[in-house]
Design a protein. Sequence first.
Lengths: 150, 83
Amino acid sequence: MKIEGYFDPDFKPPAPFVDAIIISEEAGVRHKVSFLIDTGASMTILLDKDVKDIGLDVGRLKKAEKQVGGIGGSVKTYLVEDARVVFESDEGFYEQRLLLYVGLHDLTGANEKTIKRVLVIPSLLGREILSKFDLYCFPGKAKLYLEYSK
Amino acid sequence: MEEVKNKEYREIFSKSKENWDWFRKNRGKLLEEYSEQFVLISEQRVIAYSSDLDRLLKMVSPEYREKEHLVKYLSKEGIELVL
């Protein structure tokens, strides 16, 4: 089973992405999100731009005990405990439950440049999902896919 | 039930692909017109743009927020990230 990704040309150099639908009854979410494939991230996390775009109310979510670091500074972290992620594959839809992290930077008092720098950071698809797949990445051919590995 | 679910997923991915394909095709023109701004694309056109993401999202009617759409930040310089 293969899930096709793509390289986003707005990043320099073009960055590897894959689209997925995030679903949660608890958070009232059913939206498509473009995830940066980040083999350096331990977990999958929705970040500021997508949180705002989706209109996710973090007040409905439980605060994570562990705070996440390394994403342009420390972020306030919340958990979506009933999340599911859906990918489109060549064999239909692949759906998986996950503990979804939601990270929000504290932008109080930040200047416009800092705010923009934070808001261009995409949500990250981390290793708890990526470890179920083999990642094939051919930037020279602008080709990218995840293949399910049993 | 499964069929309904699959139909819904198919529609979301298909609309998303349409927006993305349109964006790719028109990216050069959009970069000239909206550099250093956030744009919201839906139904293969720019619905709104602003240098402020919060303002952009407020400008867009709930109807478009609910529809499948694409929010992109456009920069001629390109976005550089080290996470």
